[in-house]
Design a protein around this ligand. Structure first.
Ligand code: SF4
Length: 253
């Protein structure tokens, strides 16, 4: 008999969101230096991972994602600046010079390719992420963005079909009982970042990461509550960015 996982209650979902906003906000208010910021961001990423760990076994049993499966790593990744700086910090601490040089070459190509996409076509574009190794593994697994941490599928074959054909409906293989849990924390982190006044615009991960790794002033600007990256790194031009739903409305959806 198949047991259908009991979804997280709305009350519990909002509790997780509110707790994350408060705890992350308290950390961000005390941040004065980049090292303190990275510690705060590491706490947030650990909270996301913990939300997965604490999910019921019956929910996690639905996850088809396995090491070496990289169908979800060829689609565009939307991030906020804090995720870019967290990934950049991970790279700067762990990549030897040669690996960093090779990564910068891949990111340069990525940024050039994305910059040539016409408006509205980025979501359907496909290109292996510059952070993938040759065997389908993420080279920044501990430093990967929130979207990567929150993506879980119940059917890898549908992910493969979606990779080849962007019109294939992926939503049917996402796992709601897991997704609402992780998104409660993810949106709590993003809400705290926004509330404290940091740039919360949506950036293309590869383009913004290239900028972060080649221009140390990005982090300085961001910590001064200024835009972190040039508009050319945004997922869409500023005037084409649709107004966002209030986070709590999304949570309730
Ligand atoms: S950062 Fe890692 S997990 Fe995310 S798309 Fe790139 S390779 Fe995949």
């Amino acid at each position: 008999m198949v047991t259908v996982p009991v979804p997280l209650s709305t009350v519990r979902r909002f509790q997780m969101f509110d707790r994350t906003v408060q705890a992350m906000g308290e950390r961000l208010h005390t941040v004065r230096a980049p090292a303190q910021m990275m510690a705060a961001l590491a706490w947030g990423m650990e909270e996301l991972d913990q939300a997965y760990t604490e999910a019921p076994a019956g929910v996690k049993a639905l996850v088809a994602c396995r090491a070496g499966c990289d169908h979800c790593c060829s689609v565009p990744v939307d991030v906020q600046a804090h995720e870019v700086f967290f990934a950049a910090d991970h790279i700067q601490r762990h990549f030897p010079p040669t690996a960093l040089e090779q990564l910068l070459e891949r990111l340069t190509c990525h940024r050039h390719r994305v910059s040539r996409l016409t408006a509205g076509t980025r979501d359907h574009s496909r290109q292996p992420c510059a952070l993938l190794d040759g065997g389908g593994a993420c080279t920044i697994y501990a430093g990967r963005p929130e979207a990567c941490r929150c993506h879980h599928s119940s059917n890898a074959a549908v992910c493969a079909a979606h990779e080849a054909d962007p019109t294939v409906n992926l939503t049917k293989v996402l796992i709601p009982a897991l997704r609402v849990r992780l998104f409660a924390v993810r949106m709590g982190l993003d809400e705290a970042i926004e509330t404290v006044g940091f740039d919360e615009r949506a950036y293309d991960f590869g383009s913004a990461l290239h900028e972060a790794l080649t221009n140390s002033l990005c982090l300085v600007a961001w910590m001064r509550r200024q835009p972190a990256f040039p508009d050319s790194c945004l997922t869409e031009p500023p005037d084409a960015t649709a107004p966002d739903l209030p986070k709590k409305l999304k949570l309730a959806g």
